[in-house]
Design a protein around this ligand. Structure first.
Ligand SMILES: *Cc1c(COP(=O)(O)O)cnc(C)c1O
Length: 395
């Protein structure tokens, strides 16, 4: 009997059979036959991988899928949505450059911009992404990119990507499409240069992954991947695999979530315990017309406007929100969104907790505001649960 050889234990030398689902390449590096093959892989003339911080088959498979969904030349994957945004920002702009960003971006994206400004001397101008003229007015000779989100949080204001791309001229537009997914809008088709997503949200869709993706031209993606390699923002192969699996049901999930959310928005807007509802499916919403023009429509011609809806309880401050949360039977308070289960969040203390109460109130983000991220439960089940809680709030 030969001695056990720890270095060879569990080794599978190539696959002799074809797995019907993609394998997970959970490996740090790849064995290379010789220096000639290494040189070919470096040159790109042979498809291959060397070190997982730079590339891995699970990265490539997911990056190609994202590129297909966004109708892009190429894609890239990162350790998180913030990893994607940081890699893109630090590829396109550096010391002495100027960038334009939407003033109501995801809080951590705004923190990143203020760090770029303070630590790396990038000049940042904040604009209202719903006013293309203000974007046009902010452009300078040294503007390297403009970053906006397709929809703002928690007021769900829809940005007119095409009008902003036009207003920017040759300045690259980077669009965070996390809330919308390629099922609702494809920013590259409307003139954006790069689209980014937190795949931790809808693309994976099951609340069990941290991952980011980007898509755009091959040249942009190559440069962004090079940045992410030196910053160590590589994605985990298993999380790429999970997200790849999640993508299989993306169209089904988004269709159902949009339908349920539009129904709940309508239901909430007629409820006496609710003073205001924010969702682009509602005709009263400020950017309903923009959504109707830009977003994909469903089988019956209804526009699909996403699975996040915010609403305001009829007074009572934070105490009313706490009571609301305690009365809910199945919907948890969870500071994320786009899980397969419905979750609620409280913008005034989470995403917008860094602002003063006056700043928040000026935006309409009052203490009584609740944000619902609608999951895959049936409309009836969710309406009945909300109805029961709103009725009890009254007592
Ligand atoms: C969650 C989120 C991010 C950050 O993504 P992570 O995967 O959490 O790093 C960026 N933008 C938007 C709009 C998000 O919702």
């Amino acid at each position: 009997m030969s001695e056990p050889h720890p270095a060879r234990m569990g080794h599978i030398a190539g696959f002799s059979t074809s797995p019907s689902a993609p394998p997970i390449y959970q490996t740090t590096a790849f064995d290379i036959p010789d220096l000639d093959v290494l040189a070919e892989i470096y040159a790109g003339s042979t498809v291959g991988h060397i070190y997982t911080r730079d590339s891995n088959p699970n990265h490539s498979a997911l990056a190609e899928s994202i590129a297909m969904l966004e109708r892009a030349e190429a894609g890239a994957v990162f350790s998180s949505g913030m990893g994607a945004i940081a890699a893109v920002a630090m590829t396109l702009a550096g010391c002495g450059d100027h960038v334009i960003v939407g003033q109501s971006l995801y809080g951590v994206t705004l923190k990143l911009m203020s760090r770029l400004q303070q630590q790396f001397a990038v000049d940042v101008t904040y604009v209202d992404a719903c006013v293309p003229n203000s974007v046009a007015a902010a452009v300078r000779d040294n503007t390297k990119f403009c970053l906006i989100e397709t929809v703002s949080n928690p007021l769900l204001e829809v940005a007119d990507v095409a009008a902003i791309a036009t207003a920017l001229g040759s300045v690259p537009l980077v669009v965070d499409s996390t809330f919308t997914t390629p099922e609702l809008v494809r920013p590259l088709e409307q003139g954006a240069a790069i689209v980014v997503h937190s795949a931790s949200k809808y693309l994976n869709g099951h609340g069990d992954v941290m991952l980011g993706v980007a898509a755009g031209s091959a040249a942009h993606m190559k440069a962004v991947r090079a940045t992410s390699s030196v910053l160590g923002q590589n994605a985990n192969p298993f999380e790429c695999w999970l997200t790849q699996r999640g993508l299989r049901t993306l169209p089904l999930r988004v269709r159902q979530v949009c339908e349920t959310t539009a129904g709940l928005a309508e239901y909430l807007s007629t409820h006496p315990q609710v003073s205001k509802v924010y969702h682009p499916s509602l005709i009263a919403h400020g950017t309903h017309a923009t959504a109707a023009r830009l977003y994909a429509s469903g089988a019956n011609g209804e526009i699909r406007t996403g699975g996040i809806v915010s609403f305001v309880l009829n007074g009572g401050g934070k105490a009313a929100v706490t009571k609301f949360m305690q009365l809910l039977a199945t919907i948890p308070f969870s500071p994320t969104l786009a899980d397969s289960r419905t979750t609620i969040s409280h913008p005034a203390t989470t995403s917008h907790g860094f602002m003063t109460k006056q700043e928040r109130t000026a935006l309409g983000i009052v203490d009584e505001m609740i944000r619902l991220s609608v999951g895959l439960e049936s409309f009836e089940q969710l309406r009945d649960e909300l109805d029961a809680v709103l009725t009890q709030l009254d007592q």
